[in-house]
Design a protein around this ligand. Structure first.
Ligand code: ZN
Ligand code: ZN
Length: 385
């Protein structure tokens, strides 16, 4: 499927317009309005707004029978002040589309338009789901609870990726993005005078042991070939140099691709921290704040998506990028239905720019490629028996 001039222009216009107006999780009010207006113009068979607060859902039904395929795009931005001088840079102070969700929305909008235009030849139904709050891992669940998966056979989504060259597409069967567990360890001791440690239980010293011990979970208790990251990103405690701290709070995240390993490590983090604290006369409380499962693609759907991608970018440009340790709440869709999440190359020329940074950029040539791959993949999935 080639990209006509109108589609090419729409892709750029949507992406750039949406880039200027990023909004944070569950606050995507104007974004949601922008999407709903464009979708409404396609006379969809169903249009729902305000799903899970700011989500938008549109169905396009074909004239012929076929499967029901859900296309998901995430719509939220990040609390980052955009750097650089793009003509269409963020007009909202301190908020930026620094992950490429503007690209996802532009592609999904144009796929919806193309599908609506070919309704008469279309087999089955395509549901377009514009999901809020992906960055906080909080949007997918309430959308699913609101019923967006009802009647759906297959799910598909993409993420533009700034480390993958533009022109390449990565489709990986099985686990392709990590599960993410966010946890808090609250260590309690007994405070006192810094010069009289014998009357205290020092929460800082306990925390130091806990931090070191947790590093051994990946290095000593996990097989070398199993990717695991445990980052303790925040530690706070104490109030002055000469006061023994009574409490230290540590926050961390665990990333892994394997559900069983993940459950074991969550348990071990709690056991180690609680055991060390108790042995050192203190106390530790473990709490799991959030848990997003890994993104696991269905093998046969991934094969079909890879075949579709090859027709667009060519044999050699469909790759299997290494599994990413970032999380994505599309995982919840994939837990409930067979499907595939793929990476769309969008690396800008020159420097490496990371997602979630003020310098984040993508090469806009990925818009047309993403549109074409998504069209080809959805058309295949609709006809799959
Ligand atoms: Zn992100
Ligand atoms: Zn993202």
């Amino acid at each position: 499927m080639e990209v006509d001039a109108v589609t090419a222009e729409h892709l750029l216009t949507h992406r750039r317009q949406l880039h200027t107006m990023p909004e944070l999780a569950f606050k995507e009010v104007e974004t949601s309005r922008y999407l709903a207006e464009r979708l409404e113009a396609l006379s969809p068979d169903r249009l729902e707004v305000g799903v899970a607060e700011t989500g938008v859902v549109a169905d396009v039904k074909g004239a012929r029978p076929g499967r029901a395929v859900l296309v998901r795009a995430d719509i939220d931005g990040l609390p980052i002040q955009e750097a650089g001088e793009l003509a269409f840079r963020s007009a909202r102070r301190g908020v930026m589309h620094a992950c490429g969700h503007d690209v996802h929305m532009a592609i999904a909008l144009e796929v919806a338009r193309a599908m609506a235009e070919r309704r008469a030849q279309l087999s089955g139904m395509v549901r377009f789901v514009f999901q809020p709050a992906e960055e906080r891992g909080l949007g997918a669940k309430p959308m699913i609870e609101a019923g967006v998966l009802d009647g759906i056979d297959r799910v598909i989504g993409l993420h533009v990726w700034s480390e993958l060259p533009v022109g390449q597409v990565s489709v990986r069967p099985g686990a392709m993005m990590a599960g993410s567990d966010m946890f808090t360890l609250t260590i309690r001791g007994a405070g006192g005078h810094g010069a009289q440690p014998q009357y205290t239980v020092d929460a800082v010293v306990i925390a130091a042991q806990v931090v070191s011990a947790i590093q051994t979970l990946a290095s000593r208790e996990t097989a070398p070939a199993a990717p695991v990251v445990i980052t303790l990103g925040s530690i706070h405690g104490g109030s002055a140099a000469n006061i023994v701290a009574s409490e230290v709070v540590i926050q961390g995240t665990l990333r892994s691709l394997d559900t069983e390993l993940r459950a074991r490590l969550v348990r071990r983090i709690a056991e180690l921290a609680e055991g060390i604290a108790t042995a050192m006369r203190g106390h530790c409380q473990f709490s799991l704040e959030s848990a997003v499962p890994p993104v696991v693609n269905d093998g046969s759907v991934a094969t079909m998506v890879a075949e579709a991608a090859r027709t667009v970018v060519g044999e050699d440009a469909v790759v299997m990028f290494e599994p990413l340790m970032v999380a994505e709440d599309f995982a919840y869709f994939l837990q409930a239905r067979s499907g595939c999440f793929f990476l769309l190359g969008g690396a800008p020329e020159g420097a490496r720019v990371g997602h979630h940074t003020a310098e984040f950029r993508i090469d806009e040539r990925c818009l047309q490629l993403g549109f074409r791959v998504m069209m080809a993949a959805v058309l295949r999935l609709l006809q799959q028996d």
